[in-house]
Write a new protein. Structure first.
Length: 202
């Protein structure tokens, strides 16, 4: 009896691992597959600015909801977890507004100091990207808590497929750096929309 229960748990765990891994693998394969195409349309300077954009996005996303999203998994009570989820949403919106004020006042000086003055033009898109990622993080944790691993796997594929496709389309249209940055943002928005749908349906 105990042995059968252990085998069942191992089988379930393995299935969940494979589900998550398959989404991550598919996303990485697609992202690598379109790199030669993106290299055809975009210049090294475009990729350099996007590198600064992505680094700023990752730093901002770490701080935007105060790290409280990791606490969502801890409570056994659903209402307490829901309260932490709401706190993350409020923190993301509030800190995004604060960051917007800082960018409005000091953004151009900050980017010039970093020798990437081109980012001044894109700082508001960056702010939206940070806000969206800040909302995506607690949504992913909530889906993880609900054991919605298939939904999480699909969400991992949306960003590179939708965003990568938009980047290729932007490059084909001759949009330059705009195609690269807006393409990534479109992938983010698509991921956010799917995560919201999955959250409401679990």
């Amino acid at each position: 009896m105990l042995s059968n229960w252990r085998d069942k748990l191992k089988g379930e765990f393995l299935r969940h691992v494979v589900t998550l891994f398959s989404g991550t693998l598919a996303a990485q394969v697609f992202a690598l597959a379109i790199l030669p195409v993106l290299g055809w349309y975009y210049t090294p300077e475009d990729f350099g600015v996007r590198g600064v954009y992505m680094a700023s996005l990752m730093i901002g996303a770490i701080a935007i909801n105060g790290g409280y999203e990791y606490a969502i998994m801890l409570p056994s009570d659903r209402r307490e977890a829901a309260s932490l989820f709401q706190l993350c949403i409020y923190l993301t919106l509030g800190l995004s507004a604060l960051l917007g004020m800082i960018l409005w006042l000091l953004g151009p000086l900050f980017w010039v100091f970093l020798s990437v003055g081109e980012m001044t033009e894109w700082q508001w898109l960056l702010l939206l990207s940070i806000c969206i990622e800040g909302l995506n993080q607690p949504l992913r944790i909530q889906l993880n808590r609900a054991k919605a691993y298939r939904a999480l796997s699909i969400s991992k594929m949306i960003q590179p497929i939708l965003g990568g496709g938009a980047m290729v389309a932007g490059g084909f249209a001759g949009w330059g750096l705009a195609g690269l940055l807006w393409g990534g943002f479109i992938g983010q928005i698509g991921t956010f929309g799917y995560l919201v749908w999955a959250y409401l349906n679990h």
